[in-house]
Design a protein around this ligand. Sequence first.
Ligand code: IPM
Ligand code: MG
Length: 353
Amino acid sequence: MRASIAVLAGDGIGPEVTAEAVGVLKIVAARFGHEFSLQGAPFGGIAIDESNDPLPPRTLELCLGADAVLLGAIGGPKWSSPHSTVRPEQGLLRLRKELGVYANLRPITVHPALRHASTLKSEVIEGVDLLFVRELTGGIYFGTKTRTAEAASDLCVYSVAEIERIMRVAARLARERRGKLVSIDKANVLETSRLWREVCARLMRTEFPEVQLEHMLVDAAAMHLLRRPRDFDVAVTENMFGDILTDEASMLAGSLGLLPSASLGEGRRGLYEPIHGSAPDIAGQGIANPYGAILSAALLLRLSLGLSAEAAAVETAVSAAIMAGVHTPDIAAPGKPPVTTQAAGAAVGAALR
Ligand code: IPM
Ligand code: MG
């Protein structure tokens, strides 16, 4: 097949991990006989440096015209002074909104060869296989903000339609998996959460009676994720709770660097990014973990291009590399020499060929 993929490498370790993901996509194209047009564009801090706009019109146009967007990471100390009015993160939020990708899927599994990498006990994390569905284009991230010398405010708004559409995505995924959905909110305090819970309960009763639904308060969810992570199948939650809980849940897998994400809207076009940030502290050293970026490319193949066999081949190759002990410093076992970002990408490429 022919497909156009916009590649936004971004800042910090973004370009390093994205290069490995792009390398893997090229191997997939060669091995399976596809033609991928991979086109890069400035985005994030680097785009601010060039044109004082984290999402330049040309970059947005490229993304809107592509079949899928592959993103590295954005941000860094250079652009994050509390006084700067133009920040890389604004570009990312605008891109998500413009693409209409309201459903952010963050799967988290524990690889048997990486039990040592987690700070949690093996018997707690063994067999973890959960999927977070984070609402991505609403809530407090997008509400009106005010600021005076004495006070500041961020408004959190959710509409019934926004809640219904994210619930449908989560419920469908739960139905394909183990049939369990946990909806996470703060309904004992927040009005948006009370609406969230009401809409969720009604929709699940009428449209997905076969899916087992549980409501959970976000503070309790933060605890249960560490206490009994295996019990979770699909968890659906609003934008900010999802941001926080998925960083927490990444520690089940052992490293933020391992985890991919897919952001989807109504069509097939999606935005794919590892859930880690730009990690400016380790940028340029060739030690970043590229597996999250490569697994994001696998999700891109499956969800935007419909190439399931190709996606599975990439996932199997990553798993084989992990099994063979090809570990960057964040996941290397004590006493075992870690490999570079490039070596990890190359190992995946070799397993794929
Ligand atoms: C994420 C990131 C972003 C978010 C930042 C960079 C704006 O933390 O994708 O989880 O908060 O959504
Ligand atoms: Mg985050």
